[in-house]
Structure formats: C-alpha cells, structure tokens
Design a protein around this ligand. Structure first.
Ligand SMILES: Nc1nc2c(ncn2[C@@H]2O[C@H](COP(=O)(O)OP(=O)(O)OP(=O)(O)O)[C@@H](O)[C@H]2O)c(=O)[nH]1
Ligand SMILES: [Mg+2]
Length: 289
C-alpha cells in the first residue's frame, strides 16, 4: 500500500516553525502514546536545533499503560523530559507546567542574573496531524481558543494562546514529512487517523490492520466481534460486517462499512488499550536500517 501525504500547508508550517524559534524558550513535542515511533516526525529535531524539548505522550488513556511506562523510562534514560498525558480526560496535564519550568530553568536563571525578569515562558507545540496539539492547549489553558476536530489538518495556521501571565503557547498545524520510508509507519499513522482519509483505501487499510492485530493482539478483535482469528483478514472483515449488520441489497456484506466500524472502535479504545510500538520495536526498526 503506497501512502504519501505532504500538502503545501505543511511545508509552510515548517518554515513558520523555523521563524518562530527565535522567540521560543521550549518546544513541546506531542507524540501519540499508541505509536511513539511512527508519530515522531524525523524532521523536528533538526528543525528545532538545540532548543530545550519536552516530549508528551498524548492520548495515554488509549494506550497500554505498561508500555507507556517503558517509553517514559526510555526518554528519561536519554535525558529527555517526558510525560504521559491525556488531553481529553486531563490526566497529568497539571504536571506539564512544572516540567516546562524545569526545562527552561537555566535560560531563565541566566536572564534573571542580567536583570531580565517577568517574561512569560513561550512554548511551541509541534506534532503530527490529529495527535491532539490543539486539544492539549485548550486543556492546559482551560479555554477553548484552539479549534479541534476528529480529522487531520484542522489547525491551518499558527496561533498564540495565553495560558496566564507566566506562560504562552504557540499552536501549529500538524506536520508530516515528504516520504514514509517504512510502510509500517504510514500504516500506523493511517490507523490512528493522522493521514487524510480521502487519499486512503479504508478497506485495504483495514485488512492490513486485521493482519497486524492477528499477529500481535488477536484477542482484541476476537472478543469484541466473536470472530475466529485463524481466518484470513478479508474473511474476518466480512464476519465483522455480518455481525454488525453491514448488509447491502442482495445480501452482500458492505465491507467498507465494516472497515469503518472497525477503525471507529479501535480509535475510540473499544478494542482495548493497544500500543503498537514499544521501545523494543524501535530497536527492531533501527536494526533493519
Ligand atoms: N482520547 C483522546 N482523544 C484525544 C486526545 N487529544 C486529542 N484527542 C482527539 O483527537 C482529535 C484531534 O485533536 P486535535 O486537538 O484537533 O489535534 P491536532 O493535533 O490539533 O490536529 P491538527 O490541527 O489537525 O494537526 C480530536 O477528536 C480530539 O478530541 C487525548 O488525549 N485522548
Ligand atoms: Mg490543531
């Protein structure tokens, strides 16, 4: 399956991020806790150069708690500030500001020594489309200033949000990168809806998803739809369709509707707390190179 999506507004956003850096103290990189490898834009570190960075594993209530803990340790071992959060339930949101303060401590102390005080911390929020940047900003600022939505590409231009006198955040449109080298990365981004659905064959994608679930978490699909996971992916999809009443005239099964239901269930956590990528998965990907 060949998936690529790199529209013009992402190129423009990259340029705007670069320009904004001059006035930024710290970068908040939002990753999707279910896919921390695939949701990491490889261009970001190069783009932000040596600005202090805090990694937030968002949507953590949809992810496997044990693997999330492994990821937090993984980042901390590398000396990177990291926290698991959920921008809908609000989990750990109150812990973000102290971490940001810690990340900029040296810079602010140097400034204070020169007599520069009272300036707010300015943080830039970056991440792939649909990862929850705007939701995070709304949650932490207790406002609904940033537009959010269950689609990639909702935020179209940068926007400053004032949290309080001490803290300002810059929301940016989600950015991907020009070419996904690894098909798995593109697939995982598509499963979690970070790639525009209009360019994807959802049915074909669902077969890939079923195959991966058969391999890693067969019970999740089996228990929800009571299907036999030893069957082929297309048979399983048809079985899901039958169980969910996705029948078109003539008695045929509407496999597109079945695929849509399957993804809705996965994305809303109804298949369980599923993390597709652990730190050991990252090592495997690196060893393939
Ligand atoms: N369960 C859960 N859903 C979340 C979380 N954060 C965001 N969402 C949902 O994910 C979808 C995308 O959220 P946005 O905040 O619009 O994402 P974004 O990163 O700003 O997306 P773009 O502006 O398109 O780049 C929305 O449907 C949110 O409700 C979270 O922590 N947990
Ligand atoms: Mg947004």
């Amino acid at each position: 399956m060949n998936i690529q999506w790199y529209p013009g507004h992402m190129v423009k956003t990259k340029r705007q991020i670069e320009e904004s850096l001059k006035i930024i103290d710290v970068v908040i990189e939002l990753l999707d806790a279910r896919i921390p490898v695939s949701s990491k834009n490889p261009d970001i570190d190069e783009l932000i150069k040596n600005k202090p960075k805090v990694v937030l594993l968002n949507k953590c209530t949809l992810a496997d708690e044990k693997i999330t803990r492994e990821w937090i340790k993984y980042f901390k071992d590398k000396g990177i500030y990291a926290l698991d959060i959920d921008s809908v339930s609000g989990k750990n949101i109150s812990r973000v500001y102290p971490v940001l303060k810690e990340a900029v401590k040296d810079k602010f102390e140097r400034k204070a020594a020169k007599g520069i005080v009272g300036r707010p911390i300015r943080a830039l929020v970056v991440g792939i489309p649909n990862v929850g940047k705007s939701s995070f900003i709304n949650k932490i600022s207790n406002k609904s200033s940033a537009k959010t939505g269950d689609l990639p590409g909702v935020t179209r231009s940068k926007q400053w949000i004032k949290v309080n006198k001490e803290f300002e955040l810059l929301d940016t449109p989600g950015i991907l990168w020009p070419k996904f080298e690894d098909e798995k990365v593109a697939l995982h981004l598509a499963y979690t809806k970070s790639i525009k659905e209009e360019i994807i064959d959802i049915e074909e994608l669902s077969l890939k998803f079923i195959d991966e679930m058969k391999d890693k978490f067969p019970k999740c699909i089996q228990e929800r739809y009571k299907v036999d996971m030893d069957k082929t992916a297309i048979e399983i999809l048809k079985e899901i369709g039958k169980k969910r009443g996705c029948i078109v005239s003539g008695g045929e099964i509407d496999t597109l509707r079945a695929a849509t239901i399957l993804f809705e269930d996965y994305r809303s956590g109804k298949l369980g707390k599923i993390t597709l990528e652990s730190p050991t998965y990252e090592e495997e990907v690196q060893n393939e190179d």
